[in-house]
Design a protein around this ligand. Structure first.
Ligand code: NAP
Length: 259
């Protein structure tokens, strides 16, 4: 198990930190000693999330930022360093998606998802780089993707291409920035049962059991499963791990490939 010291003294910026998996990572990081900056487009929501973390004794700040806008991302990075004195961990978690057959997908719909997921991740990495390079712990970039970005994702070509692009970007940066002591990794969650998306798309739609059976373990994951992987990668526990993609999907993609 992790101790309260696991992330002591580290500073993390988490995009999309006001909800779901991003909020779980932020809350867990704060419990383990990190200072966290939460960003999202909905200012009220990220402020409320940061207040809840502060309420339970953590160090948290929040600000509005749209990851499609480089200036917003740069401002969030600068604000993190100004408030907490450093930036050690960047978690690129913000994402957008919708199901649409590719023949019916508008260029605008395509561009929007690529902008949030892929461009937003690049903007975060680029803006954070000078600070991660001077991190006393060694910088860590963690981007949340999905194995559907590797296998292909019929009905969500935009998100699939974006997530696959993030994997490629991360492997490139792992090599380019390894000499700066920066580790760059991705996490691929499977269906996470306690997120709004899975609740709405699968459970409420009466497809919960069917989707759970598509995993080798026969059940959905929990947000905490992803946060645990993010702690490992953000801390010294993962200090020799870079360019990796940690698959936390209950064996879903292997079962998908096995047929
Ligand atoms: P979620 O609750 O919808 O979180 C997405 C977050 O991204 C929201 O907080 C949203 O906040 C933020 N966001 C969206 N567009 C943004 C933008 N332009 N600028 C800044 N922030 C933006 O989803 P989740 O289920 O927790 O997913 C989190 C990550 O896990 C995503 O990368 C997703 O692809 C990945 N994932 C999830 C699952 C799953 O089962 N849930 C499975 C595989 C992968 P605002 O609306 O306030 O901007």
């Amino acid at each position: 198990m992790f101790t309260n010291e696991t992330l002591q003294g580290r500073v993390a910026l988490i995009t999309g930190g006001g909800t779901g998996i991003g909020l779980e990572i932020a809350t867990t990081y704060a419990r383990l000693g990190a200072s966290v900056m939460l960003v999202g487009r909905n200012e009220e929501r990220v402020q409320a999330a940061a207040a809840a973390i502060t309420q339970e004794g953590g160090k948290a700040q929040a600000m509005r930022a749209d990851v499609r806008n480089y200036d917003d991302v740069k401002a969030a990075v600068d604000a993190t360093v100004e408030k907490f004195g450093a930036l050690d961990i960047l978690v690129n978690n913000a994402a957008g998606n919708f199901v649409c057959p590719t023949a019916e997908l508008s260029p605008n719909g395509w561009r929007t998802v690529i902008d949030i997921d892929l461009n937003g991740t690049f903007y975060g990495c680029h803006a954070a780089y000078p600070h991660l390079k001077t991190s006393t712990f060694g910088g860590s970039i963690i981007s949340i993707i999905t194995m559907l970005g590797v296998t292909g994702w019929p009905g969500a070509a935009h998100a699939s291409a974006a997530k696959g692009g993030i994997l490629s970007l991360s492997r490139t940066l792992a090599v380019e920035w390894g000499g700066d002591g920066i580790r760059v990794n991705t996490i691929s969650p499977g269906p996470i049962g306690d997120t709004e998306g899975v609740q709405r798309m699968y459970i409420d739609a009466g497809k919960g059991d069917l989707e759970a059976r598509k995993t080798a373990l026969g059940r959905f994951g929990r947000k905490a499963d992803i946060a645990n992987a993010a702690v490992y990668l953000g801390s010294d526990l993962g200090s020799y791990v870079t360019g990796d993609n940690i698959i936390v999907d209950g064996g879903r993609w292997l079962k998908y490939v096995a047929g």
